[in-house]
Design a protein around this ligand. Structure first.
Ligand SMILES: [Zn+2]
Ligand SMILES: [Zn+2]
Ligand SMILES: [Zn+2]
Length: 283
């Protein structure tokens, strides 16, 4: 994978070197294929006279028209930062071995493959899985080409069977059910008596049923501790509760140790402001 990145990086430099000639700007032109994956990166030249804040006119060496309705346009600024924008192709004119392309900049909400909301993970309400605006393998291909950069936003625990998002509860250590009761116990320090909390309760306050001392004060005279767990589902008694998951995709119950720890990434693109395409320093 690294060699692919390197070669695309070299190609990118060839495309953009010496890019501040008057009235012309060297660009990388990456056709957008039908599935929104990148086509082959081509060197192109932007033509200032045909370009504006709304659109761009450019030329590239080609013997045939390009089968794409849009392309990602890349250029490098003086600091070496690579900036990108999506151009919707309006027309292609073949003049010998030069292909002149006119287009308008993509509307970010409607048809921009680089729009930030397509590049961040969100929960799909139907599948309850994390999804992006594009399939992840296609986003990875844009990363390989150097257009997008992957970065870690979270580490999440998912169902290892279907990758859906589970809910978590302190559940039964046998079956994971949240339908449990936990009885509270009271330990009287003075006489070491340990019993269910309900046995200490009187109208006047807490009183030890063994030694008869009354008005017991928490942490001074007694400690309250978790008693045995009773599960309504599997009838298990005793033991401690465990963190238990219930998958909302396949309804499987599982413990923390069986959860799939998943690195959740987002993708970043340095955006090109078309207004600054022909400025020496503004891009
Ligand atoms: Zn006592
Ligand atoms: Zn149970
Ligand atoms: Zn599942």
């Amino acid at each position: 994978m690294s060699t692919r990145v390197e070669s695309s990086s070299l190609l990118f430099e060839e495309c953009c070197q010496g890019s501040f000639e008057a009235e012309q700007r060297r660009l990388a032109f990456i056709p957008l294929l039908l599935d929104s994956s990148p086509g082959a990166l081509l060197p192109a030249t932007a033509i200032a006279s045909g370009s504006s804040a709304c659109g761009l006119e450019l030329e590239l060496v080609a013997k045939t028209r390009i089968e794409a309705f849009a392309a990602v346009i890349g250029c490098e600024n003086l600091l070496g930062r690579r900036l990108f924008a999506t151009l919707m192709i309006d027309s292609q004119t073949l003049m010998g071995e030069t292909l002149r392309i006119r287009g308008h900049w993509a509307n970010e909400d409607r048809d921009d493959v680089l729009a930030p909301e397509r590049l961040r993970p969100r929960v799909d309400p139907r599948s309850l899985r994390f999804v992006y605006g594009l399939p992840e393998d296609i986003l990875d291909r844009w990363c390989d080409l150097g257009v997008m950069r992957r970065y870690l936003v979270d580490r999440v625990m998912l169902c290892d069977r279907c990758q859906a998002i589970p809910s978590w509860r302190q559940g039964c250590h046998v079956c994971g059910s949240g339908r449990i009761t936990k009885e509270r116990l009271v330990h009287h320090f003075a006489c070491s008596h340990l019993d269910r909390a309900i046995e200490f309760e009187t109208a006047e306050g807490l009183q030890c049923p063994r030694c008869g001392v009354s008005n017991l004060v928490a942490d001074v005279d007694f400690e309250a501790i978790d008693g045995p767990v009773n599960c309504f589902d599997c009838r298990a008694t005793g033991g401690k509760t465990v963190m238990a998951a219930m998958c909302h995709g396949c309804h499987r119950r599982f413990g923390m140790e069986d959860a799939l720890e998943h690195s959740l990434n987002a993708y970043h693109v340095e955006r090109l402001d078309p207004l600054h395409l022909f400025e020496r320093t503004g891009v």
